[in-house]
Structure formats: C-alpha cells, structure tokens
Design a protein around this ligand. Structure first.
Ligand SMILES: [Zn+2]
Length: 521
C-alpha cells in the first residue's frame, strides 16, 4: 500500500475540522444555512492555511442533499461523489499551469450548461494571480453575469496581483496564519490517531517551523517520522532532520552579540556545531534573520512583508530595540562577507568565530576595515613597483637632501616608539661617531644609547670610565647632530659609574636600520 502524506490523509472533510480560520468557516456556514450563497469568492492568504481545503468543503456543502448547520453530511450521493473526485460539479483549475485566455474560454463554455445533478457547479481556481491579463478579462465577463448555479472560488497567495475589476466582484476572505499552538494541537491529535509516540516539544518545534502553514508543518512532520520510523520522535530528532536553526537560537545569538558576550556566543556556536548543523546554512539563515530585523526596524509597515508568524514577530520586535539600524547593517555586511568566504574555507568554524567576535568588537572591526583598505593600496603599489625605500629626512623643512633610494626591504620591522629624528641619530650613531675628534671617537667606541624620558633626547653611556669631560663631549655631539642632521637634540653623556638610570634598558643598536618605507603618493 502506498503511503499517503499526512496532509492529504488528514485533510479536513468538514468545516469543524478546519483549524485557525474560524472567522471564515462561521461566515460560510451561515451563508449555507441561510441559503445566501455568493457567486464569487476570493480566498487570500499564505500557503498552507486552508484555502483549497475550505473551498472543497464549501463545494460539498452547497451540493449536499442534507446539510447539517451548513456542514456537508458526508453520506449522500453528492457528498460521496465529490469526495471520490467523480463529481462533475467541482472543477479544480491550477492557474499556474492553465493561465491562458483559452483555458478561461473553456470554462465560459462549460458554465453555460447547468449541473445534471446537485445544485451548483463550483470552479476552484488556485493561484489565480498567475492568470494572464487576457485570461482575467475573459474571467471578468463570466463574473459579471454568472448563471445562478455557478460559484467561483478564486484562491491566491498574492491578492495584490489581482485586477481591481475582479476583486470588486468577489467576496473576499483573508486567511490567517495559523498560530503555533493551533498547529501543535492539531499535530498532537493526528499523532495520537497515527499512534506515533512523539515529544510535545518536538511537535512545538515542527509547528513553529511550519511558520503559520498547517500543510508545511504536516509535511515536515512526515519527513521526521519517516526518518525515525518506528521510534519515538524526540526534539533532538526533529532538530536533526530539519537541520534548521530555531528563531529562538538566532534571538539568543543576536542578544549575545548586542551584549558583546563573546564567551557566550562561542559556547552557543559550539552547541550548534555539536548538533551537526551545517555552518554555511546557519550563516545564510542568520543573515536572513538580521535582514528581517532590519526590515522591522526600518518601518512598522514591513511586518506584512515578512514571512514570519506573529509569535516570532513579537520576539523579533523586542530584539530590534537592542540596537540601531547602522549596527544591524554592519552585522549583515560582516556576515555576508563571511558567507562568501565560507564557500571555499576548510576551517569554517574559525571563520564564523572571527566574524562573531568582530560583531562584538566594533572598534576592532573598524580598524580591520581600514587596515584591509590600506593593505590593498599597498599591495597595488608593490605590484606596480612604485615603492621606494628612503632614509628619513632630518626634519620637516628639509628631509629631501638626505633621502636616497635603496632596494626595498619591506619585511624589516622598524621600531616605531622613537620620534623620527632620535631614531635617525641612533641609527647613524656609528657613522656620526667617526666625525668627532680622535679622542671622542675612541671614547664613544662601544658606547651605548638610551632614550631620554619623553623623547627629550639621547643619553650616551660610555663603556667605561674614560678621562673625558662628559659635558664637553655632549656639546660636541649636539653640534654634530645639528650640522649633520639639521636638528637640535639634547645629548647627555655619562659613564657606567654615574649612570643615573642604570635600571633602564639600553637601545638595541644591532636591530636598527636607517630605513623607512615610503610610498609615492
Ligand atoms: Zn451530503
């Protein structure tokens, strides 16, 4: 025996079985009871909310020989014929595949003949918004003067695509999204009938995943049951099969990001990975989640545009209060970039973690952006060979005289803590030493250097106690610096004995080079 999908097997056959659309059911039943049936109905609403189901029950009820309070009896010849699909009185048309003028003309020709049995010919046109303009015009002619025995039920998920001329001739019914509770209760009922053991929490999750659509929820439940056939269906099973991340998980994630709770986020990510979720899918879903938050934040009118149930909508509205639009856009940007990177990445988890941390540390991310930009510029210039190495000029007024081109050695790290002229002096110290007097040269050999506090100048520490006037030597060096480097710098000379800061570290002369990367602008 072939398997019948749950949503087919348990498609309601009576109005009272229809869940979540009481406002419509009541009106239709009253119309039937009072024999005030219209000739054109428009059923609007998202998929899986019961539009065609109600249309079919309605078709049976109007043709039933013994209707009870507007319900079809289910036992008479007409009810049975319609249920078996052998009745000529119910004609279903899928406008998605029959959208031409000819299809509608056929209907117009048929309409001319009254039903051989029963009271009404009911035409159910699904996805009616797919009709071509010509087809709509042809349909309009029939709607303008329908024979008394004809009922049209037009069903659509996109009422705004229906011409106003058609709309104005129909009784319009807007189908609600079905609440999670309603769907979950129905699922529970069906699982009892099917004798499938299932956790309540699992059903709630499936109901939520259905997001307002009973049909979707039933299809998802079908999948889960098929996967764990003969076993109790648990929450974890459902999560595994659907592989979907709950809106609550996203909400939790989002909240942690807004609170900059890095540890919490990384832990949460760990959980998700342990559950075997696919990270690329997770990232894509999260981008959509953020996008929906952005929509909600930007305009109250956007609520209708989001394909989200009212429960989720409430939760998401609360979340939008946690941050501003710019931040949301930044989050989306970071995650969109991530999504592109993940495609070819082997270490997806690390990339996702980095992105999450980036979201939590806006300052860091701003730097990152600017660094990336600067790196890109530098790369471009390196590629075009426009990078030169130059000796840093002595001061602002004149540094070109000392500049000389060298081979680029961009990998060398240059100490950056020292002001430029002090750095220059330190790097050229041995060269300058040879320009001092004979005795000074000798004395300065093996001397060590130290920066004076607050970049005020340089302290020269002789290697041992020489017979030298320290003050005089300092002045000689200051003059030399002025002459050679064109800068005024304070120099202090001392011996190991009178070193006033013996604990302070010396400058490491071995690691210094007299170069700086310069970029042509
Ligand atoms: Zn009947």
């Amino acid at each position: 025996m072939s398997y019948t999908a749950l949503y087919r097997k348990f498609r309601p056959s009576e109005f009272s079985d229809v869940k979540g659309q009481e406002h419509i059911v009541t009106t239709l039943k009253n119309q039937i009871s009072a024999d005030r049936i219209g000739h054109a109905y428009l059923f609007c609403g998202t998929r899986g909310t019961g539009k065609t189901t109600i249309a079919k029950i309605f078709a049976r009820a109007v043709n039933c020989e013994h209707p009870v309070n507007g319900e079809p009896c289910g036992g008479c010849a007409s009810c049975r014929a319609i249920a078996a699909g052998t009745s000529m009185n119910v004609i279903e048309i899928d406008a998605a595949s029959n959208n031409g003028v000819d299809n509608i003309r056929e209907i117009r020709e048929e309409v001319a003949y009254s039903p051989t049995e029963g009271n009404y010919k009911v035409y159910i046109i699904d996805e009616v918004h797919m009709l071509s303009i010509g087809a709509f015009n042809a349909l309009l002619k029939t709607l303008e003067e329908p024979p008394s025995y004809v009922i049209f039920i037009l069903a659509t998920t996109e009422a705004h695509k229906i011409p106003i001329t058609i709309l104005s001739r129909c009784q319009r019914y807007d189908f609600h999204r079905i609440t999670t509770e309603t769907i979950a209760a129905r699922l529970q009922e069906l699982m009892e009938l099917e004798q499938v053991e299932v956790e309540a929490r699992a059903l709630t999750f499936v109901a939520k995943a259905g997001d307002g659509s009973m049909r979707d929820a039933l299809s998802l439940l079908d999948q889960c049951i098929a996967f764990y056939l003969g076993q109790k269906l648990t929450y974890d099973h459902v999560l595994e099969v659907l592989g979907a991340v709950d809106v609550e998980v996203f909400g939790d994630f989002f909240e942690k990001i807004c609170r900059q709770d890095v540890a919490g986020i990384v832990r949460k990510l760990e959980e998700i990975i342990l559950q075997g979720r696919e990270l690329s899918q997770f990232v894509t879903d999260f981008i959509w989640y953020l996008r929906n938050l952005l929509m909600l934040k930007s305009d109250q009118g956007m609520e209708e545009m989001l394909d989200v149930s009212s429960e989720h909508l409430l939760q998401m509205k609360e979340e939008t209060k946690l941050t501003d639009m710019n931040t949301l856009m930044r989050y989306i940007r970071v995650f969109s970039e991530l999504s592109g990177q993940l495609r070819y990445a082997t270490q997806k988890r690390v990339l996702v973690e980095i992105a999450l941390i980036k979201l939590c540390r806006p300052a860091m991310e701003q730097n990152y952006d600017s660094i990336l930009q600067r790196l890109a510029q530098l790369e471009q210039k390196l590629e075009s060979g426009r990078v030169t190495m130059a000796v840093q000029g002595a001061n602002q007024e004149d540094h070109s005289s000392d500049a000389q081109s060298m081979n680029p050695k961009p990998e060398k790290v240059i100490p950056s803590a020292l002001p430029e002229d002090l750095q220059l002096f330190i790097s050229r110290f041995q060269e300058l030493r040879k320009k001092t007097g004979n005795w000074s040269q000798f004395v300065l050999k093996g001397a060590q250097l130290r920066e004076l506090p607050e970049h005020a100048g340089v302290q020269v520490i002789l290697c041992k106690n020489h017979a030298v006037d320290e003050k005089e030597l300092a002045e000689e060096l200051e003059r030399l610096i002025l002459k050679e480097l064109n800068v005024k710098m304070k120099v202090q000379v001392c011996t190991p004995e009178n070193d006033f800061r013996p604990e302070e570290p010396m400058i490491d002369l071995s690691g210094l080079i007299d170069m700086k990367i310069e970029i042509d602008e």
